[in-house]
Design a protein around this ligand. Structure first.
Ligand code: MG
Length: 430
């Protein structure tokens, strides 16, 4: 059986007089709710939602958790509808539960609003939920940066909450729990005051989940405590050998890849409800390290991404490198000269004998010398191409060939050898 250990802390903060946050910590169900509404209606909304969630979560599956959130939504909405004093009240809801899917234990996560769930895995903190808030929507549309959103005056305006309508859209995820993983549920009273790096550092440093929760609440207070602060930390302390089994399976299958995939929302909601499942069913083994908790990849592969600035930058860099290589080759191929033969004529060529790749040598100068004029011993060298480092050196070599040819023409051909015994000037009798 998967074993979880949990710690929690909540605080009214330094500015508010009422704590409208609520949390739930059970054996296998954990939740944080941040109530909204005047005249303490927010407190009623978060309390109603958490209590309804706890009593409705009887089907321990991901869909069962989603259904419990839908019931919590309906309960808050019904209460607000029946009581004019409570009209407009609402609450966020982020919850996690240990569930059974196809005889396998999973951690199901659900979210409505801007409370958050984070996963600390191998020391790396990842925000799993997406805020349903105005600034988050502007960030997604590219109209605001994350840095601007973090300090935006309207960052507390949420676009989805429990209690505003009889139905609500619920985001959900499924995680495979592995020993060593740590889940953080929190209200925006923490994330508006403490940045992700400090949250990660605390979760890495403080082993005990209750102490880690208290430490985070204290940090939020120290940074201003402008809102109610609620933190729930859930540790996976035993995964029933799941990590070891998966690692062993991976070791057997050398071709298995262990890629972490971020779950994306599915496009179609189940008919008759407003739920939206972000989880899928395929499972991949974790990496060779034990204690990996891997998110389930989506059933359908994500759509291919368009051309990004990274792709364009890479293409430009590639073209520049190719141009530099081609220019270098051209310079190398054309920097020398050689003396060779153009037909039967001696000529000076620019380039390398035989050429280099597509850089062919070209005739730089022709001489009046023909191959027949050149000393026979020089001909093989000319046919192969006699290299020189400069045009002047090549011209000097041609001058030498020319002088050798002139000297050769000045020497008369040798007379035929005289037979032994014959007198000079006599002829041999027939
Ligand atoms: Mg809040």
């Amino acid at each position: 059986m998967t074993q979880l250990q949990c710690g929690s802390a909540t605080d009214v903060g330094k500015v508010r007089t009422v704590n409208e946050d609520r949390f739930l910590v059970g054996d296998s169900l954990f939740a944080v709710a941040d109530g909204l509404g005047g005249h303490q209606a927010g407190e009623v909304a978060s309390k109603t939602a958490v209590e309804t969630l706890g009593s409705s979560f009887t089907d321990h599956t991901t869909q069962g958790l989603i259904d419990a959130v839908l019931k919590a939504n309906h309960a808050v909405w019904q209460l607000a509808t029946d009581n004019p004093d409570l009209q407009g009240m609402a609450t966020t809801m982020t919850a996690a539960a240990l569930v059974e899917e196809d005889d396998e234990q999973r951690l199901a996560l659900v979210n409505v609003g801007d409370s958050r769930a984070y996963l600390l895995q191998h020391g790396e903190l990842e925000q799993i939920t997406e805020d349903h808030s105005l600034v988050e929507q502007l960030v997604r549309e590219g109209r605001l940066t994350s840095e601007e959103a973090a300090v935006h005056p309207q960052r507390s305006i949420i676009t989805r909450a429990l209690g505003l309508d009889p139905d609500v859209e619920v985001d959900s995820w499924q995680l495979i729990p592995y020993t060593g993983d740590r889940l953080l549920l929190c209200s925006d009273g923490l994330t508006n005051e403490v940045d992700d790096e400090d949250i990660a550092s605390t979760l890495r440093r403080v082993d005990d989940p209750a102490r880690a929760a208290r430490d985070l609440v204290e940090q939020a207070r120290a940074h201003g405590g402008n809102d109610n602060i609620t933190v729930v930390v859930v540790d996976v302390v035993d995964d029933d050998g799941r990590a070891e089994a998966a690692s062993a399976a991976l070791a057997k299958d050398e071709t298995a890849t262990a890629t972490t995939t971020t779950a994306e929302p599915e496009s179609d909601a189940p008919s008759g409800s407003a739920t939206r499942a972000k989880a899928a069913t395929a499972e991949r083994p974790p990496s060779m390290q034990t204690g990996v908790m891997r998110r389930v990849p989506p059933a359908t592969p994500p759509a291919p991404r368009g051309i990004t600035w990274r792709v364009i930058a890479f293409a430009v860099a590639l073209v520049v490198v190719l141009l530099v290589v081609i220019a270098s080759l051209g310079w190398y191929a054309r920097k020398t000269y050689y003396v060779g033969l153009s037909g039967s004529q001696v000529a000076i060529f620019k380039g390398r004998p035989g050429g280099l790749l597509w850089f062919e040598p070209t005739v730089e100068q022709r001489s009046e010398l023909r191959v027949a004029d050149v000393l026979p011993g020089r001909v093989p060298d000319l046919k192969a191409g006699h290299s020189e480092s400069s045009l002047a050196n090549a011209q000097r070599y041609v001058t030498r060939l020319r002088q050798e040819a002139a000297a050769r023409r000045a020497v008369p051909p040798s007379p035929p050898p005289t037979p032994p015994g014959a007198a000079p000037g006599s002829t041999t009798p027939p």
